[in-house]
Design a protein around this ligand. Structure first.
Ligand SMILES: Nc1ncnc2c1ncn2[C@@H]1O[C@H](COP(=O)(O)OP(=O)(O)OP(=O)(O)O)[C@@H](O)[C@H]1O
Length: 382
């Protein structure tokens, strides 16, 4: 289990809008033709704590398969949760069923990676909006003004109402996906890779749109992405996941300035650093080995099989909890799941394996086969 020290996120001290504790999602692995039997479990999410305050944008990163999407879907109760607590606005979502759960769900909407796959091809935009709004009792009386407002807010012409998903470009479809989410007046939007399926030329427009509607409607975001540049641009705070667990969490600027967990260091070492203090000394940290299977995670620290800073015994046997680690000279502490975070921070603990330093490497020029992330400057997700 990972624990985040109380009180939660920085800022106002107000209670979090979303408060997730020790969330586990374990998928059964089934075998057998005649007799279906469970032979193990994929530990997709394995004890994650996360809190988001109202109005905040929280970015969740990590390489492909680390459990980001499963976490996002579990928060919205779109995937079965094995154990843990999910509170939204103080309400325990896991205790709700039927109509009570549906009422709460309205306040939490999802924007998906694949806008085409997530829109019903047989429904016009208007039908789509009306259906969602009706389901929540928001389509009473004349709502044409509201529909026009929705299209205005995402920068689509009002004629879009009569069209079908295939008549739009990828970027326009994602605008429709965002408008559909907005149509039921949510408080929280979980955006899972909201721009990764789009042409690079329209990614920035959609990111800007997400920020605009956040300001207009006072939204709170959980943004899941493997692209560190996107996450850095939009997020107030960032959580880094590895193999089903949270390994580090910090405000965006602090995380990029001084990553403390070895995995975060490896991940960020492949990203161009605009801060001149780090430009010259930037090390390319190359990890050995592959991501272990989430069906059979290492017993101690999950990162121990690839960690260049690994220390004897303890890393193999004792799972480090997420705990507060200060960074001298800054006000915001990090949450770090590493036994040796202070020693690594202070340089007292050196890498036990070579980190294949190549300071001369141009920014983002790591080779995909050897970088921490696979495809810098992203974390290699889909
Ligand atoms: N329905 C499912 N049944 C069994 N295993 C699953 C299921 N959904 C996800 N997984 C497994 O859970 C792990 C986490 O998957 P998840 O999609 O959450 O990761 P991710 O970090 O979002 O990766 P990506 O960026 O590639 O989507 C993976 O090993 C995946 O194969």
């Amino acid at each position: 289990m990972t624990t985040v020290a109380d009180p939660p996120p920085p800022g106002t001290g107000e209670p979090p809008l979303l408060d997730v504790r020790d969330l586990k999602v374990h998928f059964p692995i089934r075998r057998g033709v005649l007799v279906d039997r469970t032979v193990g479990h994929v530990h997709a999410v394995d004890g994650v704590d996360l809190r988001i305050v109202r109005g905040e944008t929280y970015g969740l990163v990590g390489e492909s398969g680390c459990g980001k999407s499963t976490f996002g879907r579990a928060v919205l109760q779109l995937t079965p949760v094995t154990s843990g607590e999910i509170r939204f606005g103080g309400i325990d979502l896991r205790s709700l069923r039927g109509e009570a759960l549906r009422r709460q769900r309205r306040h939490m909407q999802m924007v998906f990676q694949d806008p085409l796959g997530s829109l019903d091809p047989r429904q016009s935009v208007e039908q789509m909006f009306r259906e969602g709004m009706s389901a929540h009792g928001l389509a009473k009386g004349n709502i044409s003004g509201r529909l026009d407002e929705l299209l205005d807010s995402v920068g689509l012409p009002r004629t879009a109402l009569r069209k079908y998903p295939h008549e739009f470009s990828g970027g326009q479809r994602q605008r429709i996906g965002i408008a559909r989410a907005l149509s039921v007046e949510p408080q929280l939007i979980v955006a899972d890779e909201p721009v990764s399926a789009l042409d690079v030329s329209v990614q920035a427009q959609v990111i800007n749109l997400l920020q605009d509607v956040q300001a207009t409607y006072g939204l709170t975001y959980l943004i899941i992405a493997h692209d560190l540049a996107v996450i850095r641009h939009v997020s107030d705070r960032i959580g880094v996941m590895y193999l089903g667990g949270m390994v580090e969490e910090a405000p965006t600027a602090e995380l990029f300035a001084e990553p403390l967990h070895p995995y975060t260091r490896a991940l960020l070492s492949a990203v161009p650093q605009p801060d001149p203090r780090y430009e010259d000394s930037r090390e390319q940290i190359l990890l050995s080995g592959d991501l272990p299977s989430p069906a059979d995670p290492p017993p101690g620290c999950r990162f121990s099989t690839r960690c260049p800073w690994k220390q004897p015994t303890r890393c193999d046997t004792e799972r480090p909890p997420l705990r507060t680690v200060e960074v001298p000279g800054t006000t915001a502490a990090h949450q770090v799941a590493c036994h040796w975070a202070e020693g690594i921070r202070d340089g007292a603990i050196r890498p036990t394996r070579s980190t294949s330093v190549d300071a001369a490497l141009p920014a983002g020029a790591a080779t995909s086969s050897t970088s921490a992330s696979g495809t810098p400057p992203s974390t290699g997700g889909s």
